[in-house]
Design a protein around this ligand. Structure first.
Ligand code: AMP
Length: 491
């Protein structure tokens, strides 16, 4: 299958060739022709599957075919004309033709960047990001240009809608990207409000890792006779990612092992996931002291700082990113070879999103979870969710002293003595040596490990500053209605 066969216009085809895309991915093969035909879509596919192009290419194709705005002038031009007439300019609301809702700022920026790439030969079509954390005056300037495409996080978008800056009456296409995640983050009320403000004649495309449970219910409410596309590619199943678990006795053991594994010679760049913002900062500091090029990424950082960190990661200046779930979502850096779960995620679906940061663009990757003995059951939950067994490994010299609560019967692919690639070399410092405090502060004084899902004061929670209340993973319905309904830090 070629992009030409999907029926895309020549300006878009040229942009794809320039971007180095040679053929459509499976989700693009199915979604593009259906979306060009104007159908509503419900698509279950992961990041990394090419889903952004799957909704953006047909949308650009359709937008390019629309007549230029009947209004003729942009809100900016109208205000200038009013001033020239000596009248007091009235702000005219932006009237986008397409809206993409994303759960996080990072994903929104990535969608906008990809859109710019695909629409480079479509002069009339502009996409802008409307995000929490961005100064309002800057966003007003962007909206005043009346862009055809808005890519937005729900909270900030609602602010602009409520103050009359955006009018969705001309909207043709609505996309909900990573819809499961938006619900998981408590955006359901905002999404309902936004959908309510758009014309019922719109085309709706919903992308989600799962179409079960609450996501499925909402999807059915907001789409009309949707075409359902479920992609079970190798990338979806993460078959290109080698997964393993290492059991650790305590924090000191965990830190030593992490330090050792980060020195693997096959490691190009890595993301280390922590449960809390505070740990992300602390571990980044420790790793820098130990000689790594590390940086933290979490929701307490200003958008500018987050963007700078991500740029440094993309340019290879930062080798190890220490991140919380929400901040790391949507990171698309093909040279990330390893993902580490320093803390296990609260929900199995977060595990899938985390490990998807590696093995991008057809490469192989490694996903390594450092697990306390008491967390064996949580590993089993992840295995049930992913329908894959995760082998347990032991590195010579870093063996756990205790045995795990849920002993693992097999050790497929276990590391044998002498197989510990890239181990700490003589003279290299380990950032946390047992009984040593010379390499930075030790956690909570006693090096004790914490339990899975423990709610700590600084957790990257999904509510407005309050602790996460979710009752844990239930069956295969990722969204739990007990969860806080407000988004965190989106405005
Ligand atoms: P996504 O699933 O949208 O996050 O895309 C994952 C990565 O694949 C991004 O870096 C895209 O630029 C890239 N990509 C998307 N479609 C294609 C394609 N047909 N050929 C090559 N790369 C692609």
């Amino acid at each position: 299958m070629t992009f030409e066969a999907l029926g895309l216009n020549t300006s878009i085809l040229k942009a794809l060739t320039d971007a180095g895309y040679t053929k459509p991915t499976p989700v693009q093969e199915q979604a593009v022709p259906a979306a060009i035909a104007g159908k509503d879509l419900l698509v279950s596919s992961q990041t990394g599957s090419g889903k952004t192009a799957a909704f953006m290419l047909p949308s650009l194709h359709r937008l390019a075919e629309l007549e230029p705005s009947a209004a003729g002038k942009t809100p900016n031009q109208e205000m200038q004309a009013a001033r020239a007439r000596g009248e007091r300019p009235r702000f005219k609301a932006a009237q986008p033709k397409m809206l993409v809702l994303t759960p996080t700022r990072e994903l929104a920026l990535q969608v906008t960047t990809n859109t710019d790439k695909y629409s480079v030969n479509l002069r009339r079509i502009k996409a802008v990001s409307i995000l929490g954390g961005m100064p309002y005056p800057k966003q007003m300037q962007l909206l005043a240009k009346n862009p055809e495409i808005l890519v937005a996080t729900p909270g900030r978008l609602i602010d602009h809608m409520e103050s009359g800056k955006i009018d969705f009456s001309q909207l043709e296409i609505l996309v909900l990207d990573e819809a499961d995640r938006m619900l998981d983050m408590g955006f359901i009320d905002d999404i309902e409000k936004i959908v309510e403000a758009t014309p019922s004649s719109r085309q709706t495309m919903l992308f989600s890792a799962t179409l079960d449970g609450v996501v499925g219910n909402m999807a059915r409410r907001i789409t009309k006779e949707p075409q359902i596309i479920q992609i079970m590619s190798a990338a979806n199943k993460h078959e290109n990612i080698t997964q393993r678990v290492h059991f650790v006795d305590d924090l000191s053991h965990k830190n030593r092992l992490l330090d050792h594994l980060l020195r693997d010679e096959t490691l190009d760049q890595a993301v280390v996931f922590t449960a809390t913002k505070r740990d992300a900062d602390t571990i980044a500091d420790r790793l820098n002291i130990a000689g790594f090029s590390a940086a933290a990424l979490h929701g307490d950082m200003h958008q500018g700082a987050r963007n700078r960190t991500l740029d440094s990661l993309r340019r290879g200046q930062v080798k190890i990113l220490i991140a919380t779930d929400v901040a790391a979502r949507g990171i698309d850096v093909p040279s990330i070879t390893h993902v580490f779960n320093y803390d296990l995620p609260k929900f199995p679906e977060d595990y899938v999103h985390r490990i998807g940061r590696t093995g991008r663009a057809g490469r192989n990757g490694h996903a390594i979870s450092l697990v306390n003995h008491a967390e064996g059951m949580h590993v089993k939950r992840i295995e049930r969710f992913t329908k894959q067994l995760i082998p347990v490994n032991v590195v010579e010299g870093y063996e756990p002293k205790k045995s795990s609560v849920a002993p693992r019967s097999s050790r497929p692919g276990g590391w044998k003595p002498g197989d510990n690639r890239g181990g700490a070399k003589p003279g290299q410092r380990s950032f946390s040596k047992p009984g040593s405090s010379s390499n930075g502060p030790r956690r909570e004084g006693n090096g004790e490990s914490r339990s899975f899902g423990e709610n700590r004061g600084h957790s990257e929670n999904r509510g407005s500053g309050e602790g996460y209340k979710g009752g844990g993973y239930k069956g295969n319905t990722p969204y739990n209605s007990d969860r806080p309904r407000r988004s965190y830090g989106d405005r």
